[in-house]
Design a protein around this ligand. Sequence first.
Ligand code: ME8
Length: 501
Amino acid sequence: MTTQSNNKLYITTPIYYVNAKPHIGHAYTTIVCDIYARLNKMLGYDVKFVTGTDEHGKKVEQSAVNSGKTPQEFTDEISQLFRDLLVTINANNDDFIRTTEERHKKSVAFFWRKLQEAGYIYLGEYSGWYDMRNEAYFNDDELIDGKSPLGGEVTMMREPCYFFKLSAFQDKLLAYYEEHRDFIYPDSRRNEVISFVKSGLKDLAISRTTFSWGIPVPGDEKHVIYVWLDALVNYITVNGYPDNQQQNDGYWNNAIHFVGKEIVRFHAVYWPAFLMAAGIPLPKQIVSHGWWISNGEKMSKSLGNVQDPNKYCKLFGSDSFRYYVLREMSFGEDGNFSLPSFINRYNSFLANSYGNMCQRVLSFIYNKCDGQVKKVSLDGEYQDFLNNIDKEIQDGYDLAQKYQFNRYLEKVEKAASIANQFVDSQKPWAIKDDAELLNKILYTMVAAIIKITKAISPVTPIAAEKLLSFIDASGDVVKVSQPEVLFNKIDETQDFDVYGD
Ligand code: ME8
């Protein structure tokens, strides 16, 4: 994150298509946003975090028909699955937007009129290769082996349609990227976007007449508004547009859109151009991550090679699922999702390193010290040790603010390993006749455990709350109640069903 002009922060996930059930990819982006939101709340920011579902378009209409339902019934059902997933993964969102809601239809129609009044919309005819899976048109020269550059099958389509004068924004966009070097993260995506824009922007088809499941074009209801224009506007609808027309409430100029790498172009080219045309300031940043790969292919609803986040959370708890996805993926690159690596990371850090350390220190205090340690002032190696822990944690936060989420967790893990080494070398269980020394070591360890637990709490909020509930540090004496094991070790020889339909 770059410098803040105030302490507000607005965090968004893409709004997910409701053409099929949510999978690990969707869970991932939402978890990243949730963790980023929780971390920044903890660090004192006033954070708004929103997610939702993208419910219009031909693809959704067709999925509804295929399942024998009306589009509304179908979208109600699938949108609910995305809401349920939020509970399952323990996401603490402030709002959930559906593009079929009245507030959104009103917002999109208003936005359309703004573009029109500003002279950026005209009526023409469109023909091109249409990728239904990705709801986008392509030219001949963009196809790769007869498929769209996004990998979908294409068909030739011709229709009367409204165009947005995207070509008028080429120079403005390039100037904007130049002046706002952090606008697109990471740099590799920024470079791709810049070369795409430099290669020339054509006007964009922004209405359709070949289906009806969408928001009607104001004043010409044979047309429905292009699903991407409709969908992108969600980010301001949910922030009060059109009542909050200028979006000058402090959240919008600190808005961060987290997206997968395949939709950067929509967010970093089309969306800023639409906003410029409508006279609305741009969000702060587009932050893109890579794909979860399953057997060498992108995990996706259309390809049907999905692992089920619900099953992981049910079997192993949401905290550990959140920890795994954040730790395993080098943010920005692709990551391979597998059960063996899940179990391996869970056992080695959550169960053995962090969980076991908390358990052995707190149960020792509970069993051998009447559940009490006196608060004492610390110096020398004790204070140095805690300073080291603080340093790792602060480095971790700094990395998380730069979206290096796996490295943030590496720092927390390092802090836990320093704490484990400390307690191993101090051997409190071997001290028989120096109550003061024993107390000092245990008090130091309790302080370290609290620090590490707070540092990881955005990732594992349930375990953190539980752990902190065993410790009452409000008085002169720290009281420890009987601890429970936070993360039971997983038996890797057991069979677990983690695949979805
Ligand atoms: O694109 N790995 O919706 P969508 C990682 N409605 N992340 C993945 C993933 C994977 N294999 N698969 C999906 C849309 N995602 C539009 C967005 S926004 C105005 C409109 C995540 O349901 C990732 O965030 O296809 C990706 O960008 C998003 O889900 C796509 O979800």
